[in-house]
Design a protein around this ligand. Structure first.
Ligand SMILES: *[C@@H]1O[C@H](CO)[C@@H](O)[C@H](O)[C@H]1NC(C)=O
Ligand SMILES: *[C@@H]1O[C@H](CO)[C@@H](O)[C@H](O)[C@H]1NC(C)=O
Ligand SMILES: *[C@@H]1O[C@H](CO)[C@@H](O)[C@H](O)[C@H]1NC(C)=O
Ligand SMILES: *[C@@H]1O[C@H](CO)[C@@H](O)[C@H](O)[C@H]1NC(C)=O
Ligand SMILES: *[C@@H]1O[C@H](CO)[C@@H](O)[C@H](O)[C@H]1NC(C)=O
Ligand SMILES: *[C@@H]1O[C@H](CO)[C@@H](O)[C@H](O)[C@H]1NC(C)=O
Length: 931
C-alpha cells in the first residue's frame, strides 16, 4: 500500500465568484446584492483552504460586521441553504466566534461537491450576509477546487457536528460475502476495476439494507436511513456514511476513560445473485479533556473501537489547529506536545496561546474568562499489515469558565487628597461604560468632564485595567465625621461594564475610604474694650455646623440680635456687654470688675464639644464712691464663686443697712460716713472710712473661692470691704488713694476729695472773707489779721481739723527766710510777743465746729532787726485731720498756758509728725501799710 504513504499533493486553488451571467440563476429574492468579487483571496474577508480531505472556508468579521451569516451549498443550478440537519447529513460544519468570524469545514465527500475520480473536488458555496434590514443581504459566491488523492482504504472524519466514515468499496478493498461459497473474493472482481466502477455491486443503487448496531441490531432500507438523516453516498470508489452525533442509532462507549460516540453500520449490497457486505464504523471522542489553569490536556485512547486488533501500528500522528496540520517547529514554538503515554495519546496545549482566543463571560455578575481553541488530531494506522485507516478529529476545546475576580487596588495618595484606584485586569473585550457614585451615575465621558480622571491601561498581553482618580473634595465623596478630629472620606463605586460584542453588562462594586485627621475645629478668639467682650468665631473646616453656648445658655436668635451677631462665610462675630446675663463675675476690684465670658462651641449631632473658650477682662466700673461730704456708695456684685448669694440679703456692718437697690446680681448701698457701722481710721496721715458688705448673721458660712488667695476658714461666704481713703493734698484738698496692701483680700475702695482752705476774714465776726480776686489785700500795720482754716463739704462730725504749724514769710515761697512762726505743733507761739490768738468757734454759727480753726495775728509782729517791716507777707499753715476721739500725737496735744516761758525756747515735736500728710495751705499776698 505504498500510495498511502506517498505524498503527492497538488493544490489547485480556484475560487470563482459568481459571474455576471449567473445573476439570473440566483434566487430572485428582492434586494439581493450579489457582490461580484474577482478573487476571494484578494477580497478581504473570504478565504478558502484545502486541508486534506476537507476544505476550510473562513469569513472574516470585516465582511460580516457582526451580522447574521448563512451559507448555501451549490450544486450547479441547485442552491440549498445549509441548515443543521443538512450540515450533519452532507458534511458541512459551521462555527463562528463572538465577533462574527466564521469557520466552515467542508468534507470533500460532501453531498454537493463535484467529484472527478475521487481526486478533484469542486466545492461551490454561497455566503449570504444579512443586512440590518432583514430583506437585504450580500451574497458572495465561493468556488474552490481541491485535489486529494491520498485516500486511505478507510477514512474517518470527526467534525464538530458529524462523524463521517468512507471506505473503499472497490474489489480488494471490501469484504464480500457470497451466496455461492465457491466464489472467492479474488474471483469476484477482475483487476480492471476502474473500468467497471459503475457496475460495481457496491453502488448506492444496490444497497439492499443497512444494519445499524446500537449495539443491538437495527435494519433499515436506504430510504429510511436517508430519511432518518444519515448521509449515505457512493463515489466512484468509496462508500460514504455520515451521521450526526445525536442520531438514534449511535451509542456511547467509554474507551479507556474517554467517552466516544460510535456509529456502526453494515451495508448489504445485492445484485442479482450476490450480496456484498461493507462494514463501516466511526468513533469520535466527545471528551477526554482535563484542564489546569495553564494547560489543556486532551487524552485520546491509543486503542479504540475502530481497531479490529491490538496488532496495529500508528504510522502517522499529527496535530493540527483549526483543521490544519502543523509541523513540529510550530508545535515547539507554541509549546504544544503530542505524545503517546501508556495507552493514551496525549495532546497538551498551553492556555492563552495565539491560536485560540480568550473571551470574557459573566456568571451571576462574577467576571469569568474562557479560552477557546480548535485542536485537530490526525492519525494513520494500519492493522497487522492490513488496510490502513486515516483518522481525523476536529476538536473544538473550550476551557471551563475560569473566575477572574478583578483586583481592586487602592493607590490613594493622601497628600494629594485624591482617591486613586485601579481595577483589573480585564480582557480586551470589556468596556467600562459608567460608574455609579454616591451622587449618581456618570458615564466615563461625564466622569472625565467632572474632573475624575478615568484611564484605561493596557497590559502587554492585551488585558486592561481601569484607573480612577477622584479628589476628596468632590461632592460624590462621602465624608463622615467619626470623631472630633477624624474625617473618613469614602468613595463607594459601582463600575458598570459591558462585554463586547455581546453587550453583556456586569458590574463591580467597591468602596475605598481614607481616614484623615484633617479637621480644623472652629476657633474662638476675643478681646475686650471698656464695655464689651468682642468675640470672633472662625468656622474651621466643617463650616457652621456647631451651636454656640454663651455662659450657660445657647445662643438663640433673640440673643444673637441682642449681641449684634454678624456672620459672613467664614466668621461670626458678636459683642457682649460685660454686665450681660451670660457673663460671669469673677472678682471685684476698687474700680473695676473682673468678668468672664465662657464660649462653648458644640456639635449638635453627637454633642461633641468642639471648642471651649474663656475670656476674662477687667472692666472699669465704679464700685465704691466717696463723696466730699463723707457719704459713700458701694455696689456689691454676685461673683460666681458664691453661687448661692442672694444680693438683696446683703447688709452693711449694721444689719439694718440694706441695699438701696438690688436684683439677682447686684446690690447697691448708699450711706453716710458716720452711719451703718462705718469705721474711721487715721494712720500715716490718712483718713480711712471703712465698711463691709456681708450676708447677714446666722447664715451658713461657706468657703469663698478666690483665685490664688489662701483664705482662712473663718471667712464668711461673702465679704466685701470697702474703704474711702482721704489724704491731705498740697493743693488744699484731701484726696483719696487706693489702699496699697495687695496681699490682703482686696477691699472695695473709693475715691473722694476733702477740701481744706485757708482764708482771711474781714473781721473777727468771720462773716465775710476775702476772695481770690481781692488779693493782694492791703492791711494797716496795727490791725490784726483774722484767719480761718476750714474743712469744706465733709459732714463727718467726728473729724477734727488741726493746725500743726502756721508761719509768715516775706516771699511767696513757704520755705523762704526770714520766717515768723505763728503756730507751732498745734499751739500758739508763746516764745514771742506776737500774740497769736486762737478764736473759739461758736458751735451755733457753723455746722461742724471741729472742721474749723480760727486765729488772729498782729501785724507789728513782723520786725526784722528791730525794724518794723513795711512790706508784704504771706501766711502759711500745715493742717492735718484727726479723729476727735484720737488722743495721741498732734491731734490731742495740750498746749501750755499762755504765760511766756522763761527759757523762750521752742519745743518742737515734729519727730513723730514727719510722716503725717498735711494740707499745705498758703494765703495770698498781704500788703502792709503804715498809714
Ligand atoms: C448535484 O448535481 C448533480 C448533477 O447535476 C446531481 O446528479 C446530483 O444529484 C446533485 N447532488 C445533490 C446533492 O443535489
Ligand atoms: C495579562 O497581564 C496581566 C498583567 O501582567 C495579568 O495580570 C493578567 O492575568 C494577564 N491576562 C491574561 C489573560 O493572561
Ligand atoms: C451603567 O452601565 C451598566 C453596564 O453597562 C448598565 O447596565 C447600566 O444600565 C448603566 N447605568 C446607567 C444609569 O446608564
Ligand atoms: C468675615 O469676617 C471676618 C471677621 O469678622 C473677617 O476677618 C473676614 O475677612 C470676613 N470674610 C469675608 C469674606 O468677608
Ligand atoms: C453727699 O453728696 C452726694 C453727692 O453729691 C449726695 O448724693 C449725698 O446725698 C450727700 N450726702 C449728704 C448727707 O449730704
Ligand atoms: C491734690 O488735688 C489736686 C486737685 O484736686 C490734684 O490735681 C493733685 O494731683 C492732688 N495732689 C496730690 C499729691 O494728690
Amino acid at each position: 500500500m505504498t500510495w498511502l504513504l506517498g505524498i503527492c499533493t497538488l493544490w489547485l486553488l480556484m475560487v470563482v465568484v459568481l459571474a455576471q451571467r449567473n445573476f439570473n440563476v440566483v434566487s430572485p429574492q428582492k434586494n439581493l446584492n450579489v457582490v461580484p468579487a474577482q478573487n476571494v483571496n484578494q477580497r478581504a474577508g473570504l478565504k478558502t483552504d484545502c486541508l486534506g480531505s476537507h476544505m476550510r472556508l473562513t469569513v472574516d468579521k470585516s465582511l460580516t460586521f457582526g451580522n447574521r451569516v448563512e451559507f448555501d451549498a451549490v450544486n450547479g443550478s441547485q442552491i440549498e441553504p445549509i441548515n443543521p440537519s443538512l450540515a450533519a447529513k452532507c458534511g458541512f460544519s459551521i462555527d463562528s466566534d463572538p465577533w462574527g468570524n466564521y469557520k466552515v469545514f467542508v468534507s470533500l465527500l460532501n453531498c454537493f461537491a463535484g467529484n472527478e475520480d475521487d481526486i478533484v473536488f469542486d466545492v461551490d458555496m454561497r455566503v449570504r450576509v444579512h443586512g440590518v434590514d432583514k430583506a437585504e443581504q450580500d451574497v458572495f459566491q465561493v468556488e474552490k477546487t481541491c485535489n486529494y488523492d491520498q485516500w486511505a482504504p478507510r477514512e474517518i472524519l470527526c467534525d464538530r457536528n458529524y462523524m463521517e466514515v468512507s471506505v473503499n468499496r472497490l474489489p480488494g478493498e471490501i469484504t464480500a460475502l457470497r451466496r455461492r461459497p465457491k466464489m472467492t473474493q479474488e474471483q469476484t472482481f477482475d483487476d480492471q476495476w476502474t473500468d467497471t466502477v459503475t457496475e460495481a455491486i457496491t453502488s448506492r443503487y444496490n444497497i439492499w439494507r443497512m444494519v445499524f448496531f446500537t449495539p443491538k441490531q437495527k435494519a433499515m432500507v436506504l430510504e429510511d436511513a436517508l430519511k432518518t438523516g444519515y448521509g449515505v453516498t457512493t463515489t466512484r470508489s468509496r462508500l460514504v456514511l455520515r451521521s450526526g452525533y445525536d442520531m438514534p442509532e449511535t451509542y456511547v462507549e467509554n474507551v479507556n476513560g474517554v467517552p466516544m460516540k460510535i456509529i456502526r453500520v453494515t451495508t448489504y449490497f445485492k445484485k442479482q445473485w450476490s450480496v456484498t457486505m461493507l462494514d463501516t464504523v466511526a468513533a469520535c471522542p466527545t471528551g477526554g479533556l482535563s484542564f489546569t489553569d495553564e494547560m489543556i490536556t486532551w487524552f485520546f485512547p491509543r486503542f479504540n473501537p475502530l481497531m479490529g486488533s491490538p496488532q496495529n501500528t500508528i504510522l502517522e500522528m499529527f496535530m493540527g489547529i483549526d483543521g490544519k496540520r502543523i509541523d513540529s517547529a510550530q508545535m515547539t514554538a507554541r509549546g504544544y506536545i503530542l505524545t503517546i503515554i501508556d495507552n493514551q495519546i496525549v495532546m497538551k496545549i498551553p492556555i492563552g496561546g495565539p491560536d485560540g482566543y480568550y473571551k470574557s463571560h459573566v456568571v451571576r455578575n462574577q467576571y469569568h474568562i474562557r479560552y477557546t481553541i480548535e485542536a485537530m488530531l490526525e492519525l494513520l494506522w494500519s492493522e497487522g499489515g492490513m488496510d490502513a485507516t486515516r483518522y481525523r478529529v476536529l476538536f473544538p476545546i473550550k476551557t471551563p469558565l475560569m473566575p477572574r475576580p478583578p483586583q481592586f487596588v487602592d493607590l490613594t495618595d493622601v497628600d494629594q487628597r485624591m482617591f486613586d484606584v485601579f481595577l483589573g485586569p480585564f480582557l480586551y473585550d470589556v468596556e467600562l461604560v459608567n460608574i455609579t457614585f454616591s451622587g449618581g451615575v456618570l458615564t466615563v465621558a461625564e466622569s472625565n468632564l467632572r474632573g475624575f480622571n478615568i484611564q484605561e491601561q493596557r497590559f502587554q498581553n492585551g488585558s486592561k485595567a481601569f484607573r480612577l482618580q477622584v479628589p476628596f473634595s468632590d461632592l460624590f465623596v462621602v465624608k463622615t465625621q467619626v470623631d472630633l478630629l477624624v474625617t473618613v472620606y469614602t468613595l463607594p463605586l459601582i463600575y458598570g461594564f459591558m462585554i463586547l460584542p455581546e453587550y453583556t453588562p456586569f458590574s463591580y462594586t467597591a468602596s475605598v475610604d481614607v481616614s484623615l485627621r484633617d479637621v480644623i475645629l472652629p476657633a474662638v478668639g476675643g478681646s475686650c474694650d471698656d464695655e464689651k467682650f468682642h468675640i470672633t468665631v472662625s468656622f474651621g473646616s466643617l463650616g457652621k455646623t456647631f451651636n454656640i453656648m454663651l455662659g450657660t445658655r445657647d445662643l438663640t436668635p433673640d440673643l444673637s440680635a441682642e449681641y449684634g451677631l454678624n456672620e459672613n462665610a467664614t466668621h461670626i462675630s458678636l459683642a457682649v456687654p460685660f454686665l450681660a446675663a451670660d457673663v460671669a463675675f469673677e472678682l471685684m476690684y476698687p474700680s473695676s470688675l473682673r468678668a468672664r465670658l465662657d464660649v462653648l462651641l458644640w456639635e449638635p449631632i453627637n454633642t461633641w464639644t468642639l471648642t471651649d473658650f474663656s475670656l476674662a477682662c477687667n472692666f472699669p466700673m465704679t464700685m465704691t464712691e466717696c463723696f466730699s461730704n463723707g457719704s459713700m456708695s458701694a455696689l456689691a456684685v454676685k461673683v460666681e464663686s458664691v453661687p448661692q448669694l442672694v444680693p438683696r440679703q446683703l447688709t452693711l456692718r449694721d444689719p439694718s443697712c440694706r441695699p438701696k437697690f438690688s436684683n439677682d446680681r447686684f446690690a447697691y448701698f448708699s450711706f453716710d460716713a458716720n452711719s451703718c457701722g462705718t469705721t474711721r481710721t487715721f494712720y500715716d496721715g490718712v483718713m480711712m472710712y471703712e465698711n463691709e458688705i456681708t450676708l447677714g448673721n446666722g447664715l451658713p458660712v461657706y468657703q469663698p473661692i478666690k483665685k490664688g488667695v489662701p483664705t482662712s476658714p473663718s471667712d464668711p461666704e461673702y465679704r466685701v470691704t470697702m474703704s474711702c481713703f482721704y489724704t491731705l493734698n498740697d493743693t488744699q484738698t484731701i484726696a483719696f488713694f487706693t489702699k496699697p496692701r495687695e496681699s490682703e483680700p482686696l477691699p472695695e475702695t473709693g475715691f473722694g476729695e476733702l477740701q481744706v482752705v485757708l482764708r482771711l476774714a474781714w473781721d473777727d465776726s468771720y462773716n465775710n472773707y476775702y476772695v481770690e480776686e481781692d488779693y493782694p489785700v492791703v492791711q494797716y500795720l496795727r490791725s490784726p489779721l483774722f484767719f480761718e482754716v476750714v474743712l469744706l463739704q465733709s459732714t463727718d462730725s467726728q473729724i477734727e481739723l488741726v493746725l500743726e504749724n502756721c508761719w509768715a514769710t516775706l516771699k511767696q515761697d513757704r520755705n523762704s527766710v526770714p520766717r515768723w512762726d505763728l503756730i507751732v505743733d498745734g499751739c500758739v507761739n508763746l516764745g514771742d510777743r506776737y500774740e497769736t490768738v486762737f478764736h473759739p468757734v461758736n458751735p451755733k454759727a457753723v455746722l461742724y465746729p471741729s472742721h474749723v480753726k480760727r486765729f488772729e495775728i498782729k501785724m507789728f509782729t513782723f520786725v526784722q532787726n528791730e525794724v518794723m517791716l513795711q512790706d508784704q507777707i504771706f501766711v502759711h499753715c500745715d493742717a492735718v485731720l484727726c479723729d476727735i476721739n484720737q488722743n495721741d500725737g498732734i491731734c490731742k496735744r495740750l498746749c501750755p498756758s499762755p504765760i511766756p516761758l522763761k527759757t523762750g525756747k521752742k519745743v518742737r515735736r515734729d519727730a513723730n509728725n514727719a510722716q503725717f500728710r498735711r494740707a499745705k495751705l498758703s494765703s495770698g499776698k498781704i500788703l502792709l501799710s503804715s498809714s
